[in-house]
Design a protein. Structure first.
Length: 253
């Protein structure tokens, strides 16, 4: 069974490890032994735990899950040369990763929050000889999409990486709207969750415009609500959200 070495033991590392633990051996590297023990407990399987300083990465398959600002510091603490480095760091370029962590190959990946339930939409780019392995590895936590450039993965970060926050805002706002009109909160939350669950299935095969047209009867309730969304600038705001997140990803690089 192949071993995946996690550099970092935060929430994203834990989410990905939960998806991988059935098919891979997990090794986790961090600064704090107590936090490594907590990582193992929350993961629910025995893992190899190592401290960061002086850790030898020679020949290892690394999954880098630290904060982007810590790449230089983390790289300086490692020894040897890895087989391949998979990075989940937003905006951190292949060039920067290669400059700070010695590895035969580098792949940037961008999972999202749904990794913890095996439903991440993960985008990837980097050294193409590892495309198949990368898709298999990250496919353990959901769907994958290989992109042809770093610009595209930064845009995808703004869409899929940040997307759960946007959808959470929409879910909360719609639920608050129903409560405002008089629906009880527990009923509202159950209905909202059912709405998002069903929509998630429908959107796999049907274009959003067709879904909208299929619900919107002439002069009906959906048309009235949809018009209110347009008046509120929801469409433009969503487009600006992706633009703002993409610009931030470029700044991080």
């Amino acid at each position: 069974m192949q071993t995946i070495t996690f550099i970092g033991n935060g929430n994203m590392a834990l989410s990905i490890a939960k998806g991988l633990k059935e098919n891979y051996k997990i090794e986790v590297v961090g600064r704090d032994r107590k936090k490594l023990d907590i990582f193992e407990t929350e993961l629910g399987v025995t893992v190899q735990k190592e401290l960061l300083t002086g850790f030898d990465i020679t020949g290892k398959t690394l999954l880098l899950c630290v904060k982007p600002a810590n790449v230089v510091e983390v790289g300086a603490a490692l020894q040897g040369k890895a087989r391949v480095l998979y990075s989940v760091l937003a905006g951190t370029t292949l060039e920067s990763l290669r400059a700070n962590i010695s590895s035969d190959a580098v792949v940037r990946t961008m999972p999202n929050l749904a990794a913890s339930v095996g439903r991440s939409m993960t985008t990837l780019t980097g050294d193409a000889q590892f495309k198949e392995e990368a898709q298999k590895l990250l496919g353990a936590i959901g769907s994958t999409r290989w992109l042809s450039s770093e610009k595209e993965i930064d845009i995808a970060t703004a869409l899929a990486g940040s997307g759960p926050a946007y959808l959470a805002l929409m879910a909360e706002a719609l639920a608050d709207g129903a409560v405002k009109q008089g629906l009880k909160r527990d009923d509202t939350m159950a209905i909202m969750r059912g709405l998002f669950g069903g929509f998630g299935e429908l959107i796999q095969d049907i274009h959003p415009a067709l879904l909208k047209d299929g619900v919107m009867s002439p002069g009906g309730t959906t048309a009235a609500g949809y018009a209110a969304l347009e008046d509120g600038g929801v469409r433009a705001s969503c487009m600006m959200a992706v633009e703002a997140a993409y610009k931030k990803a470029k700044e991080l690089s």
